[in-house]
Design a protein around this ligand. Structure first.
Ligand SMILES: Cc1cc2nc3c(=O)[nH]c(=O)nc-3n(C[C@H](O)[C@H](O)[C@H](O)COP(=O)(O)O)c2cc1C
Length: 200
């Protein structure tokens, strides 16, 4: 089995979403499920230039593929048996590094439009999503991030199977100090383990 990709999307190393991601990693490890923890801060990803070269390219390749590391990350979305995405909310949405990667996913939209069998034939897989926000109130805090994530993941035939929306986390240690938040992530990790075991 390829490793489950656990992607930490915060710009702040050692913060709440990294702690939550590490908790999922521990649960996967205890269940004997291979996994890898990645941080977006370790990858250079340039902005989509909206040049539409991917749409014109026979294999929908991006002109920037050779100059940055976006494809290393996309490879995980193409091959991992499941992905875990842990991200803070910035201004009611995903952090800019993550949104930059998502925009570079335009080439997968192009491939889907053109009926590329490599994309249309991807196996169905699940995402386990953890979103952390400082605010304790506000009905729509997670809506923008979730809508964008669902659309991005769709082109990889990945659907969110569980979402943990954590509120009231601001300081970098707040997740560790919040028993309810930890329990929510433990439940999400448990579902991931159960789903992956069923899948074999
Ligand atoms: C640029 C920026 C924008 C933010 N915008 C919001 C927001 O709109 N709503 C909110 O509840 N928290 C917001 N926050 C707070 C973070 O979501 C919160 O501190 C989160 O726990 C950070 O996760 P981390 O420790 O993994 O970086 C923002 C933080 C930053 C740095």
């Amino acid at each position: 089995m390829n490793p489950v990709s656990v992607l930490c999307c915060s710009h702040r190393p050692g913060g709440n979403t990294e702690a939550a991601a590490r908790m999922v990693v521990r649960e996967l490890q205890q269940a004997g499920i291979p996994n890898e923890l990645l941080s977006l801060t370790d990858y250079e990803v340039q902005h989509c230039e909206a040049c539409n070269a991917c749409l014109a390219h026979p294999r929908c390749e991006c002109r920037l593929a050779a100059v940055d590391q976006a494809e290393m990350l996309f490879e995980r979305f193409l091959t991992a048996p499941a992905v875990v995405l842990a991200s803070p909310i910035y201004f009611y949405h995903l952090p800019s590094r993550f949104k930059t990667l998502i925009d570079r996913g335009q080439r997968f939209w192009a491939a889907h439009e053109k009926g590329d069998p490599a994309i249309l034939g991807l196996p169905p897989r699940s995402a386990y999503v953890i979103l952390a926000a400082a605010r304790t109130r506000g009905a729509a805090i997670f809506d923008g991030a979730l809508l964008t994530l669902k659309r991005f993941l769709f082109y990889f035939n990945i659907q969110p199977a569980a979402v943990a929306t954590l509120r009231g986390l601001d300081g970098p240690q707040d997740f560790e100090a919040d028993a309810a938040a930890r329990e929510e992530v433990r439940i999400l990790a448990g579902k991931a383990v159960q789903d992956l075991r069923v899948k074999g």
